[in-house]
Design a protein around this ligand. Structure first.
Ligand SMILES: [Zn+2]
Length: 241
């Protein structure tokens, strides 16, 4: 017959709680189970003091075993929502909502960025899928805005080539001497009129590669309110790599 009893032994500022089983055996054994529970199997004649002393001596090992199990623990059901994380899309703020699901799917819905994923606790993977999703949206939206902006600048004899997404540390947009335009994918957080401002600014560089007076005259003639758009852009989205 096994006698199981629950015990607690103080260790540091905490207690180590363990189930104690006496049985006809010669040595004491400590087992850590996947749910972090501790089972101590002791010889029938072992004193509680000697058992507790042994547990305290093995405390570091016990904690390590428990951490190992925690690492490989099956995923818990996902929380309804991890609050505090905001994502900006076209000038509006969305809260992240993680949903455990068999399929991978991301959508913007009622002020939330809904991430359906089989691995809601894998933060790296979730972050990567979100970044990919935003990149995909950036490609579609910037394509539409680029088309619109090239029409605005065409009366000024400016013809835009294709653009590419590029994560830059200091600018939302840039253009090469050969006329290729790069747009920062995080610009998707800004309202459309701010995205247009960045695109038109870069398109104007196709005619004036510097920030000369002629450049600003051209920019002003196409977008008289470019100053306000620029201020709004800087107040809404933060440039980062
Ligand atoms: Zn410039």
């Amino acid at each position: 017959m096994k006698l199981t009893d629950i015990h607690r032994v103080p260790y540091g500022s905490q207690n180590i709680t363990f189930a104690l089983e006496y049985s006809p055996r010669k040595t004491l054994a400590i087992e850590i189970h996947p749910d972090s529970s501790i089972i101590v199997k002791a010889p029938i004649d072992a004193t509680i003091e000697s058992i507790e002393a042994k547990i305290v001596r093995r405390a570091t090992w016990i904690a390590r075993q428990q951490r190992q199990f925690a690492k490989y623990a099956p995923p818990l059901p996902a929380p309804e929502c991890i609050s505090g994380e905001g994502y900006r899309y076209l000038g509006r703020q969305y809260r992240l909502k993680l949903i455990a699901s068999q399929i991978d799917k991301i959508l913007l819905w009622q002020g939330r960025l809904e991430v359906n994923t089989p691995t809601p606790f894998d933060r790296d993977k979730v972050e990567k899928s979100i970044a990919n999703w935003f990149r995909g949206r950036a490609t579609i939206v910037f394509d539409e805005r680029y088309h619109y902006c090239t029409q605005l600048v065409s009366p000024h004899d400016i013809q835009g080539n294709k653009f590419e997404l590029r994560t830059m540390s200091k600018c939302w947009g840039s253009c090469t001497p050969k006329g290729k335009i790069f747009l920062h994918p995080l610009l998707i957080g800004a309202p459309k009129d701010c995205i247009d401002y960045v695109i038109i600014h870069e398109l104007c560089h196709l005619q004036f590669p510097n920030h000369s007076t002629s450049f600003y005259q051209l920019l002003e003639s196409i977008l008289p309110d470019w100053h306000q758009r620029k201020d709004r852009l800087n107040s809404q989205v933060e440039l980062r790599k």
